[in-house]
Structure formats: C-alpha cells, structure tokens
Write a protein that binds this ligand. Structure first.
Ligand SMILES: Nc1ncnc2c1ncn2[C@@H]1O[C@H](COP(=O)(O)OP(=O)(O)OP(=O)(O)O)[C@@H](O)[C@H]1O
Ligand SMILES: [Mg+2]
Length: 446
C-alpha cells in the first residue's frame, strides 16, 4: 500500500460553528470561562497549593469591555501556545473535569472585536498572551472571496501569540479580556441579566443568611459528590450567591415557607449516579414566582447547571408542576456526559435510566402531592363559598345568633367569640374577596 498525502482539509467555517453557532444564549460565554477557571482550581487543589481562590468578573457596559480572571493554576509557559492553539481537543480528561472538548473559550469570539487570553503559572515570571482579531475573523468569514481558506489559515491570519516577562514570580492566573463587545440587545453587558444568569448557572455558594438549610445541603453534597465545589465569584466587586431562601413568593401572590429539605440519591445497577435535594414547601399551592429565580429541580454537573430550570419538566405529570418545587440534582457519573451546548446529556443508556428514575421517584410522587393539595384547596373553597351563599348579610348572621340566644353583646364576650361581621370578613378573606372584606371593615369599623 503506497502512502499518499491526505486530502483532508478542515474549512474555515468550522470556526464559525464553534463560536457564533454554538450558543443560543450569549450569556453562556460566562459559564464557559467560569467552568475553565473552576477546572483549573481543581488542579490547584490536587497540587495542594495554598493561596486565594477567586473568580472576578468586571464589565463596563459603556466601554463595552468584559474581563474574567481567576487566581487558579494558569498555564505553564512551555505549554501555553500549544494549549491555546488547539481547537476541538483538550488535555483535560473527561472523567475528571467539567470541560473536555477544547472549544469553550472560543464562545466569546463571536461577541467582541478583540479577545485576549493572558496566563501565568506559579513560580514562573513569564506571561503568555494569545490575541484574537475577532473583527477580522468575522470579515473573512463573511467574504466569499476567502471561502476556500482552511481553518489553520484562518487561525494564523487572526491570532498572535507572544510571551513577555512578568514583574512577579509568585501568583498564577488566567485572564480573559473581551474588547468592543456587543450582542443582540446587548444582554451580554447587562449586569442585572448577568447576575441572574450566574445565580442560576455558576457554582456559587448558598447564602447562609437567607437560607437556613445552606450548610446542611453543602455538607450533604460535599460528602456525596466528589467534585462538588462552591466558588467565590465577584461581579463588579460584589460577591454573588445562589438565590435559595426560607420564604418564597408563589404565583398566587402568597408567601410560602420552607419547612425542611429532602435529600435523595439516584441509584442504578451501576451504583449511585447522582444526589440531590428539594425544599419542602409548607403549602405547595401555586408555582414559585419566576422572579424568585429558583423554581424547578435543576441539574448540575460539577455544580454548574446543565440546561435551564425546565430540564426536568417532562418528568412531572404536568410540566408546570416542576415550577412548584425548587431543588438540585448533582451528577456523579462519568457516563452522564453533558452535550456540547451543555443543555442536556449525550444520549445513552445511563441518561435513559437517569430520567426514568427521576420520573418515577421524584416527578410522580411530587405531582400527586401537588394535585392533592390543589384538590383540598378547592374543596375548602367550595365549602366556604356554600357557607357564603347561605349567609347573605351580617344582619342575617346577627338574626341567627339572636335566635340561638348567642347575641349577648357584652364587651367581655366579644373577646371570646368573634362578632358576626368578623366571621363574615374572615370567610370573604379566605375566598380572596378582599374588596368585600374592606367594605365590611369600613362599615362596621373594627
Ligand atoms: N482559566 C483557565 N486556567 C487555566 N487553563 C485554562 C483556562 N481556560 C482555558 N484553559 C486551557 O485552555 C484549554 C482550552 O479551553 P476550552 O474552554 O476551549 O476547552 P476545554 O475547557 O478543554 O473544553 P470545553 O470545550 O468542554 O470547555 C483548556 O483545556 C485549558 O487547558
Ligand atoms: Mg472549557
């Protein structure tokens, strides 16, 4: 067999697919950079290296500038060019790290004119820098004259790599700078949107001030999930936390309390593949208000959210029931592999088993409970409505009371028994007839 030159060529549009084509949600780029930092902190922990552990995100919407930096392992100067020039392949091992496809860092290229990656490893005084001319990249991709370009030619045309001496030998970092940033409606620079997104997606700590079960959950997950981490992330100088709390608003404008947390494991014949928890709501009436930002049992890998709050909707008898609950399921199986968009898992037998178990052990019993509670509530309401139909006016109750010899109207007694108008107001209140409650209160002055 004669050796002949390979005819294989990777065309330049591959890069477009891996950048602009990759994520529906531009905010996903924050997840990708945070994920890289968290993976790098795993290396720091493995090396048992002390030092501050933080991720800082700073943005200036007017200057259209984003910076994301971590104090993790960095990339040693001898590997930096090779590592940063690799596309669609990674030195990370799939079983151990959150990322492994070698594309995540490219997400930002679609949304800025210039991207700069700077890194330094501990004990070295060399800073390695890769710069991407993203404006030129987009122009080349848009210009049909260049459509024969290979991926390698495009890479060489649009990137530069250099190294320089850094002042300090100590410390290590990876910095991402995105310059002249824009996206559709500029969500990517909207600090409120970014904060909300990170509070759901990033591996943040629970807020122990507002959520009394924070430490119990952390302890449970730390024991069960080997790569469970909580990262200190600051957004424009402010540390952010997950949004779980003791009292939540539901869509029927009620406030509900959490009276405990239920912990569970997901076991298959191969062992435990995930562990989780959900909050026990006192009333379980009505979906959790969307504004609370916590509804739905969410799925996390390495404490980074996979998909969104609706990922498990299909496991409930009615999709909306998932939003009555809040909680998390943390993956503990190398066979549950996030897909490249990280909005679900790669199809395989373990994924099927995972969803089936959630269906049976979580979705079904919780759906039954939600239905039961809602049935009870309507029964109570219809009984009260009937009472209401029979009682047309306060005067009628008074007549009834006198008939039963109940109206002694002494001051002392009125403390013991509620007056007729109070009973009526209470019934109206339970039925949500607040206008009538006000009318009674005004008319009878109590
Ligand atoms: N914050 C960082 N600290 C240290 N090394 C980093 C950092 N960010 C990226 N790298 C290096 O650059 C490589 C490429 O990153 P990229 O996000 O493109 O791919 P990945 O994380 O390996 O896989 P995925 O595409 O699944 O995210 C990483 O494998 C890692 O070696
Ligand atoms: Mg990555």
């Amino acid at each position: 067999m004669s050796l002949r030159e390979s005819r294989f060529k990777a065309g330049m549009y591959l890069l477009e697919t891996l950048t602009a084509g990759m994520y529906n949600e531009p905010l996903s780029i924050y997840r990708e950079y945070i994920q890289n930092a968290v993976d790098s902190f795993d290396l720091v922990r493995q090396a048992r290296r002390p030092g501050p552990q933080f991720i800082k995100i700073d943005l200036d919407p007017l200057e259209r500038y984003i910076s994301i930096r971590d104090s993790a392992f960095g990339i040693p100067s001898g590997n930096a060019e090779k590592t940063l020039s690799r596309i669609g392949g990674s030195e990370k091992r799939k079983e151990k790290f959150r990322g492994f496809r070698g594309i995540g860092r490219l997400g930002g290229l679609a949304f800025c004119d210039k991207a700069i990656f700077k890194t330094k490893a501990a004990g070295e005084n060399v800073e390695s820098v890769q710069e991407w001319d993203c404006k030129k990249l987009r122009n080349l991709l848009a210009d049909t004259e260049h459509q024969e370009m290979s991926l390698r030619e495009l890479f060489d045309e649009t990137t530069v790599f250099y190294q320089s001496n850094s002042k300090k030998k100590t410390g290590s970092y990876f910095k991402v700078k995105l310059i002249d940033v824009s996206s559709f409606r500029n969500h990517i620079l909207d600090i409120r949107q970014i904060e909300k997104y990170l509070q759901s997606v990033a591996p943040l700590p629970f807020d122990p001030e507002g959520f009394e079960y924070a430490n119990d959950i952390k302890d449970y997950l730390s024991k069960k999930i080997p790569n469970y981490v909580e990262m200190k992330i600051k957004l424009n100088g402010k540390q952010i936390f997950k949004l779980y709390k003791n009292r939540i608003k539901s869509t029927n404008k009620q406030v509900d309390s959490i009276k405990g947390v239920k912990f569970f494991d997901i076991n298959t014949s191969e062992g435990m593949i995930a562990s989780g928890w959900y909050g026990n709501r006192e009333n379980l009436i009505g979906a959790i208000n969307r504004g609370e930002g916590i509804s739905g049992i969410r799925v996390r890998d390495g404490n980074i959210m996979i998909g969104d709050e609706h990922i498990l909707d299909g496991c409930f008898r009615e999709a909306r029931f998932n939003s009555y609950i809040f909680g998390e399921i943390h993956i503990n199986s190398s066979k549950l592999i996030p897909n490249s968009r990280r909005d679900d898992f790669v199809d395989n037998q373990t994924k099927t088993e995972f969803y089936n178990i959630i269906d049976r052990d979580i979705g079904l019993p919780l759906s039954k409970e939600i239905r039961l509670r809602s049935r009870l509530k309507s029964q109570i309401q219809s009984t009260q409505k009937k009472q209401l139909e029979n009682v047309q006016s306060v005067e009628q109750i008074k007549v009834a009371e006198i008939g039963a010899g109940g109206n002694k109207s002494s001051k002392e007694e009125s403390f013991v028994r509620p007056s007729a108008e109070m009973i009526l107001a209470e019934i109206f209140e339970k039925c949500g007839e607040y206008k009538k409650v006000r009318e009674i209160k005004e008319k009878y002055g109590y």
